[in-house]
Design a protein around this ligand. Structure first.
Ligand SMILES: Cc1cc2nc3c(=O)[nH]c(=O)nc-3n(C[C@H](O)[C@H](O)[C@H](O)COP(=O)(O)OP(=O)(O)OC[C@H]3O[C@@H](n4cnc5c(N)ncnc54)[C@H](O)[C@@H]3O)c2cc1C
Length: 312
């Protein structure tokens, strides 16, 4: 990887002061659902908030960009990798989920599914939809993930995060600028925890709802493949993204090892040997064909991180 941000031995040693894990030139493909992409110049797994505050400050002082990865279920990491620091939240500080009266507190690295299951355990409702979203709470807040007429913002009370300056802050829901599959959190903030209100509900009703969502998902989406979920946001208007893609004749279309899913044509697949470039090129071809056929500019929902091969 071309080193756009040179990291000398002193800076390496400074980063290695944390309690968590620091790796250089760490492959990222295995950390994403698509299983593609280059290396992280530096991959850091902080062990707690203090580590994260330290990293943000070091990054700011040294002009290093910081990128956060959840479980990579809505990203394409490009083949040239990610320059600067990539953060992956793991460990108990960032994954713990617990009940607080009629609310659930969930770490930014906790799986959405675990949050839904914990809420059910305590007979709390309103978070059932999270069982079907294969990401983390940090990703759910950042993307305002949603399914079956629920969005992450609906039950959210507040969000904790560490800012680019290294401050540990709490934001009220109304300060997060939520809209469809999007938030306007302070630039560069890393979401470390979220508090959700969750009224009491019947255990059987909650369980049935969760089972229903999972069954529906299984029947309509390629959930057991290398994919990034919905590729494009649904545009305003009558037709959903998948309907426009279908009308434009893109179902099953391929570039290299990348394919538009036959089952749900707003999903792109890595059929085996795809590169990130194949997947992104296929997405762009779909956008072009939809525009030519339907006059609609599809907007990427998937976040494309890093640089193409050969780019610095
Ligand atoms: C099979 C499948 C089905 C899916 N179904 C749905 C669905 O029904 N509804 C839906 O909304 N999405 C769906 N998705 C997309 C995806 O699961 C969600 O967008 C999810 O919220 C992403 O979480 P993640 O942890 O994987 O984030 P990533 O994909 O790793 O990252 C997504 C973005 O969030 C940012 N981010 C991640 N963690 C943090 C953090 N702690 N702080 C700040 N920013 C952060 C990243 O930088 C990136 O920009 C699906 C994906 C797949 C593969």
């Amino acid at each position: 990887m071309q080193q756009k941000f040179p990291i000398n031995d002193t800076l390496k040693a400074t980063l290695e002061q944390i309690k968590g894990r620091v790796q250089f030139d760490a492959p990222l493909g295995a950390l994403t659902w698509f299983r593609v992409g280059g290396v992280a110049q530096v991959l850091i797994k902080p062990s707690d908030i203090e580590d994260l505050q330290y990293i943000q400050k070091v990054a700011l002082d040294n002009n290093l960009p910081v990128t956060v990865l959840g479980v990579g279920s809505n990203v394409i990491v490009r083949d040239g990798g990610i320059s600067g620091i990539t953060i992956k939240l793991g460990g108990p500080s960032f994954t713990m989920v617990y009940q607080e009266g009629n609310a659930i507190s969930a770490g930014g690295g906790a799986l959405d599914r675990t949050v839904a299951e914990t809420a059910r355990e305590f007979g709390l409702s309103g978070l059932e939809f999270l069982v079907s979203i294969p990401g983390t709470i940090g990703g759910a807040v950042f993307m305002n993930a949603g399914a079956y007429d629920f969005e992450t913002k609906d039950a959210l009370v507040s969000v904790e995060g560490v800012t680019v300056e290294g401050n540990h802050v709490t934001l009220a829901r109304q300060d997060c600028g939520f809209s469809y599959r999007s938030s306007r959190l302070p630039k560069g903030i890393i979401v470390t925890r979220a508090l959700f209100e969750a009224p009491s509900g019947g255990l059987e009703e909650i369980t049935l709802k969760m089972q229903g969502f999972l069954a529906k998902r299984e029947a309509t989406q390629p959930t057991r493949t290398r994919t990034g979920g919905s590729t494009f946001k649904n545009p305003p208007g009558e037709l959903k993204a998948w309907q426009l893609i279908d009308q434009a004749g893109c179902r099953g279309m391929m570039i290299g090892g990348a394919q538009v899913s036959h089952m749900h044509c707003n999903f792109l697949l890595n059929t085996g040997g795809a590169t990130a470039q194949d997947i992104e090129d296929l997405g762009e071809l779909v956008r072009k064909k939809v525009y030519e056929k339907c006059g609609v500019q599809l907007e990427w929902e998937i976040k494309r991180l890093g640089v193409n091969r050969g780019e610095g």
